[in-house]
Design a protein around this ligand. Structure first.
Ligand SMILES: [Zn+2]
Length: 277
């Protein structure tokens, strides 16, 4: 049976006893390390006391076992067999549902940390029933954990793909990306970003997949699009190079954990299969 992560919302409390713990120090998650093997902390609240956890939150269940998250003190030394790692480094180390729980834990902690005071009147925020949202008891403002949408787009032209390079990326190239602006659809955003970044026109904007990118609160939404017209002129504010690359002659690509890489890989596989038929 596939393990699932089921979310819970305040003020629900877990059954007492063993729980998976997602303790964060800054942006890093505290995990068990036995030999080469990394695992989530499965223990009682009392076992976590050595890390001086602050305000533990119940975030749901993983395979029926409660999941707790908390911030841990920055001073305490780590006992043997414990390790702090960022979410990027932990990609692929746990099964999908456990990684989903870790992403959720981090974003809920991030929200709790950044929503203590009302952004309008600075009054301490109160809780909202059965939600991570918060409400200002003074002016009535309501806020929820943010999710910031950003698009990725692979522009293809026959057997060529448009890849771009930003200063500071080393040898690595990637597909185009950008944040969704207020008041536009995702398809409009894709066309605008391509126009702004390389000054070409596209069509057939097609959704591929999405990926939460908790650094800190983005949701990447991936598309492909077909080149229609125009010559590539990279926006010098963002890119120092952009060009067409044949599917079998690509530069260095983003890390495999990223949705950008997965979209490029899927397109390349399709081209390769086509070339062999
Ligand atoms: Zn207020």
């Amino acid at each position: 049976m596939v393990t699932t992560f089921q979310r819970a919302y305040p003020p629900t409390q877990p059954a007492p006893g063993l729980a998976y713990w997602f303790p964060f120090r800054g942006t890093e998650l505290l995990v068990r390390e036995q030999g080469q093997e990394l695992s989530l902390a499965l223990c009682n609240a009392a076992d976590m006391a050595i890390f001086e956890p602050q305000a533990a939150l119940y975030i749901g269940t993983l395979g029926g076992i409660p999941c707790m998250t908390c911030e841990v003190g920055s001073e305490s030394a780590l006992p043997q067999d414990w390790k702090l790692l960022g979410l990027r480094a932990l990609f692929g180390c746990f099964e999908d549902a456990a990684y989903e729980a870790a992403r959720y834990a981090w974003q809920i902690l991030y929200w709790q940390r950044n929503s203590r005071y009302c952004p309008y009147c600075s009054h301490p925020m109160g809780e909202l029933f059965e939600s991570w949202g918060r409400k200002c008891p003074n002016c009535g403002y309501i806020g929820y954990p943010p999710v910031i949408p950003a698009i990725l787009v692979l522009v293809h032209n026959g057997d060529q793909v448009l890849l771009a390079h930003q200063p500071g990326w080393g040898k690595r190239y990637s597909i185009l990306a950008g944040f969704v602006e207020p008041g536009e659809t995702l398809e409009e955003c894709v066309k605008r970003e391509v126009r702004e970044e390389v000054n070409i026109e596209i069509d057939d904007v097609t959704y591929v997949a999405s990926q939460p990118w908790p650094f800190p609160t983005q949701l990447m939404i991936g598309f492909t699009a077909r080149y229609v017209s125009g010559e590539i002129h990279p926006d010098q504010q963002e890119l120092d190079h952009a060009a067409w690359f044949r599917f079998d002659d690509l530069p260095e690509l983003p890390a495999p954990l990223s949705l950008s890489y997965q979209i490029i890989k899927t397109w390349v596989d399709t081209q390769t299969a086509g070339a062999h038929t």
